[in-house]
Design a protein around this ligand. Structure first.
Ligand code: NAD
Ligand code: TYD
Length: 342
């Protein structure tokens, strides 16, 4: 493993992973391949912009020619696929790009990995493929998948194709399924950066429904460490869950966030719920822990740390929130925020 193609490396987790890899492995070259959709942002990679082992290629994973050219040009031996459309609410408004990138794009990368005989392909997946998990249960990697949103269904389809390439073509694959990541450089459509930046500006926090839904909020660098471990120590053909194992109610997350930013609970606004909203996710993380990994941050530490990062890095998010984001925010929240609390 030497020349690693990180698709979606200009997005939130991908960029954190690129920074992490370049720092940890002085012998690796990292090639970021990213379409720069609304969620891709070269500011996320400013820390490594002068690093000669880092290369950036603007390209679409759905474009087989451009993918092949990049693999040949940089002698790529490994692909870690972060590239995806990633926001559930956008998938409800318009699923098309999700099917293109998360399903067809995954197939294009798998075909390229097969054609060039790559050493390794790791698919970055999500706990959302398991669907709602009733209280008292935690998803194991062997559980059936039961996605319920267009986003989760497209990610689950990608996973199935990865598994098929392992069985059919003996492609050296692994899949990692992460829980809700938080930390630096997360586009402020996801709940924690949205609420942190709204709170900083004394704007309402639109909590869906009763706010008692549960998520495993994990610190992004913990996730990166686990992906690294799977890349180096994971068994081919296997899937690994990566989370904290400890889900938290959204309202508790909000309480911690407001406390850290010194903002009042009166900013909370209960709004009409997301259609098909999964009530609870919970991962069983024994398998990744058996490889020697532990989460370094609790959800509370991750939330506080993230809130401080947004407080201290307005340069990063203010320009995002004044661009395309405004239109999206109006479409997603305009009517909801005008309604009486449900
Ligand atoms: P993100 O939305 O911040 O970034 C996605 C990146 O992919 C962007 O840079 C975008 O430009 C790029 N991209 C989109 N379509 C592309 C295409 N067709 N070709 C090339 N690049 C393209 O996403 P994220 O939160 O960093 O998520 C990264 C991966 O991790 C995704 O696969 C996601 O499903 C998975 N995941 C995310 C979370 C989370 O909490 N954010 C949790 C578990 C798994
Ligand atoms: P999100 O960050 O969109 O991640 P996901 O849906 O992929 O888990 O949402 C996390 C949780 O926060 C989820 O239960 C939905 C909820 N949420 C709100 O209550 N209000 C919001 O404005 C958003 C974006 C999410």
């Amino acid at each position: 493993m030497k020349n690693i193609l990180v698709t979606g490396g200009a997005g939130f987790i991908g960029a954190n992973f690129v920074i992490y890899l370049l720092e940890k492995y002085p012998e690796y070259n990292v090639i970021v391949y990213d379409k720069l959709t609304y969620a891709g942002n070269l500011d996320n990679l400013l820390d490594v912009s002068d690093e000669p082992r880092h290369h950036f290629v603007k390209g679409d994973i759905c474009d087989p020619r451009a993918v092949a050219d990049t693999i040949e040009r940089y002698g790529v031996d490994t692909i870690v696929n972060f590239a995806a459309e990633t926001h559930v609410d956008r998938s409800i408004l318009d699923p098309d790009a999700f099917i293109q990138t998360d399903v067809y794009g995954t197939y294009v990368l798998l075909e390229a990995a097969r054609r060039f005989g790559l050493e390794r392909y790791n698919q970055i997946s999500t706990d959302e493929v398991y669907g709602h998990v009733p209280p008292g249960n935690a998803s194991r990697e062997t559980d059936p998948i039961a996605p319920r949103s267009p986003y989760a269904a497209s990610k689950a389809s990608g996973d199935l194709m990865v598994q098929a390439y392992f069985v059919t073509y003996d492609l050296p694959v692994t899949i990692t399924r992460g829980s809700n990541n938080i930390g630096p450089y997360q586009y402020p459509e996801k709940v924690v950066p949205l609420f942190a930046t709204n709170a900083i500006d004394q704007q309402p926090l639109p909590v869906y429904g009763d706010g008692r839904q549960m998520r495993e909020y994990q610190y992004v660098v913990d996730h990166c460490e686990a992906i690294d471990l799977v890349l180096h120590e994971g068994r081919l053909g296997e899937t690994y869950n990566i989370g904290t194992g400890q889900p938290m109610e959204n309202l508790q997350m909000v309480e911690i966030l407001l406390d850290e930013l010194d903002r009042p609970p009166s900013l909370i606004r209960h709004v009409t719920d997301r259609p098909g909203h999964d009530r609870r996710y919970n991962l069983n993380i024994e398998k990744i822990m058996a490889l020697g990994w532990r989460p370094r941050h609790t959800a509370e530490e991750a939330i506080r740390h993230t809130a401080r990062w947004y407080r201290d890095n307005e340069w990063w998010w203010r320009k995002i929130k004044s661009g395309e984001f405004r239109e999206y925010y109006e479409k997603q929240y305009g009517e909801r925020l005008k309604e009486e609390s449900p």
